[in-house]
Design a binder for this molecule. Sequence first.
Ligand code: COA
Length: 142
Amino acid sequence: MIRQIAPPDILEVLKIEYSCFKYPYPPSLINFLYANFRETFLVAEVGEIAGYVIGISDDKEGHIISIAVKENHRNLGIGKALMDGIIENFKNKEISYVKLEVRESNTRAITFYKRLGFTKKELIPTYYEDGEGAYILVKNLG
Ligand SMILES: CC(C)(COP(=O)(O)OP(=O)(O)OC[C@H]1O[C@@H](n2cnc3c(N)ncnc32)[C@H](O)[C@@H]1OP(=O)(O)O)[C@@H](O)C(=O)NCCC(=O)NCCS
């Protein structure tokens, strides 16, 4: 059910990105991430593409760039399965910690990440283009 992205999935990922976020990442960025980081670009397939997670990494740090699950597939554990999958990939690359940014107002996602063992590191004011701040959340993989 959780697998690496394949070319035919990209359009579906873009549809989910545009339906889930007020300020979605542009197709050019999603294509760039597909071209350069597909090992840590995973999709959840449940009859259809239900969600995706995109990560990038260097030698020691993993960074979750985006995660979204289609509204009609939420609260079924798909988000957790995607996060478990990408964290397993990061561990295989011997990465020691993961970070991500989340909007201050996105309490649902913050609760979700905390349950997965992420903790708040700092708040960056006016991080997003509309002026909202971002919490940096981190999780050690050691
Ligand atoms: C955040 C997001 C990815 C979570 O995806 P999801 O598939 O709903 O996540 P899960 O189902 O694994 O977990 C969600 C909740 O469902 C609950 N849940 C999981 N499996 C369940 C099940 N079988 N039955 C009932 N509840 C369940 C979990 O307890 C969890 O609760 P929590 O959020 O309080 O921890 C999703 O809400 C989303 O796409 N949001 C919009 C995009 C977004 O904000 N992305 C994050 C940007 S930083």
